[in-house]
Design a protein around this ligand. Structure first.
Ligand SMILES: Cc1ncc(COP(=O)(O)O)c(C=O)c1O
Length: 402
């Protein structure tokens, strides 16, 4: 038997899994291919499960501090995996990444200030900015020859406006799958430093990249970049433990870190969950072989997807460099966003995330999550292929009757 079995079809409906829940799929969605919510259908690494079982067996769950090994395991991971030397004292624990994005906005900008984002981008960025009474300032990415790039001229212009005080960076980028290069990040850093725009780097997807595309932690660009940024990391995506882990906020600047600590105390978001602690310790300490295997499996799924889509008219894949999310371009179908969603749901049986959820630039696109069994992906592709063939036929027959 293979050491890791990602082909196992695990019944996620046995627990209230969001991706598979009627809340996301709709009351009539039980037959759909659940490929929206950004988690994986795979069992977590065995050392993580064993550590949680051991903790459970102990049976006493009173207040706890952080296990001694957790920070060394995390800093060791960042060092060996990504070449990032992090001072343990610069790391704060956070309930999750989105909390840190919200706290950063509330602490380091004023109501009405602009926060720059690069759409199409993770939809929760918009909610956080709006709910904190800040303004979303879009600097859309540029799609050039099937690959997204940052618009540095646009960024320079927007950053020069003193009301735009912060930028939410998604590195690697959800949903377009870019793993930003060191050069790209350095250009962004230069512009942000020049105009005193604080960079909040959401690097939750940093551990999952494909061959030839290395994740560059923003803070490794240099001491100034580290000082002008706050980085949010978490093992949630990497080890598929979003429901039982917390996150980390790395802040090199002493004054900002202190302000963050005070705010964490004010909000009392500084309690430790015993299961999250042991899960993260095991993940960072012993999870590397599982992560390597899962990346290889995702790479295989990607090859299947690429191969099958190549022959299909009406859909193009934007080649991801990392993440388990794939940005699909359905603009060839000429459908309005609601019609595209209806087509994908009703004809192809796909419950994917609507492109426009990521900004108006996402019209005509959809985000597919490929972290599922290969069998499920293959069946879903059969259904898409049939639906597209039928669509083509209908369009052709409408043309004839005109
Ligand atoms: C870019 C990005 N940031 C943050 C999150 C959510 O992180 P958390 O659950 O730690 O708040 C996600 C989840 O999809 C994400 O894609």
């Amino acid at each position: 038997m293979a050491k890791f079995d990602f082909d196992e079809d695990i019944d996620r409906r046995a627990v209230p899994a969001l991706k598979w829940h009627p809340m996301v799929l709709g009351a009539d969605g039980s037959d759909l291919f659940p490929a929206g919510v950004a988690d994986m259908d795979f069992r977590a690494p065995a050392p993580v499960i064993a550590a949680m079982q051991e903790r459970l067996e102990h049976g006493v769950f009173g207040y706890e501090t952080v296990p001694e090994g957790l920070m060394p395991a995390l800093t060791g991971w960042l060092q060996t995996r990504h070449g990032w030397t992090v001072e343990p004292g610069h790391i704060l624990r956070a309930p999750n990444v989105l909390d840190s994005l919200a706290i950063a906005a509330s602490l380091f900008t004023e109501e009405g200030d602009g926060i720059i984002v690069q759409p199409p981008v993770f939809f929760d960025f918009y909610d956080i900015i709006g709910e904190n009474h800040r303004r979303v300032v879009p600097n859309p990415l540029i799609l050039r020859d099937g690959r997204y790039e940052m618009d540095f001229d646009g960024l320079e212009r927007l950053a020069a406006d003193p009301r735009n005080r912060m930028l939410y960076l998604c590195n690697p980028h959800n949903p377009v799958g870019r793993v930003w290069t060191r050069d790209e990040l350095a250009r962004l850093d230069t512009i942000c430093q020049r105009h005193d725009v604080l960079v909040i780097a959401d690097e939750i997807h940093g551990d999952i990249t494909f061959a030839g595309h290395a994740y560059t932690p923003f803070a490794t660009l240099g001491a100034q970049a580290a000082a002008n940024s706050i980085t949010c990391i978490s093992p949630a995506k990497s080890f598929n433990i979003a429901a039982c882990c917390s996150a980390f906020t790395v802040i090199a600047d002493d004054v900002r870190r202190r302000a963050f600590q005070v705010e964490n105390s004010r909000l009392t978001v500084n309690k430790n969950n015993a299961f999250a602690s042991v899960a993260m310790l095991a993940a960072y300490g012993d999870g590397a072989p599982w992560l390597d295997a899962v990346i290889a499996y995702l790479h295989g799924n990607l090859a299947v997807l690429r191969d099958r889509l190549e022959g299909l008219a009406g859909v193009k894949m934007i080649e991801p460099e990392g993440t388990f999310l794939v940005w699909l371009d359905f603009r060839g179908l000429g459908l309005a966003p609601d019609d595209l969603t209806a087509f994908l749901r009703q004809k192809a049986g796909w419950a994917v995330t609507r492109g426009i959820a990521f900004g108006p630039e996402g019209a005509g696109f959809a985000r597919l999550n490929i972290a599922c069994t290969r069998a499920r992906l293959t069946t879903a592709l059969d259904r898409l292929s049939d639906a597209l063939a039928q669509f083509k036929q209908t369009v052709a027959s409408q043309g004839e009757t005109r």
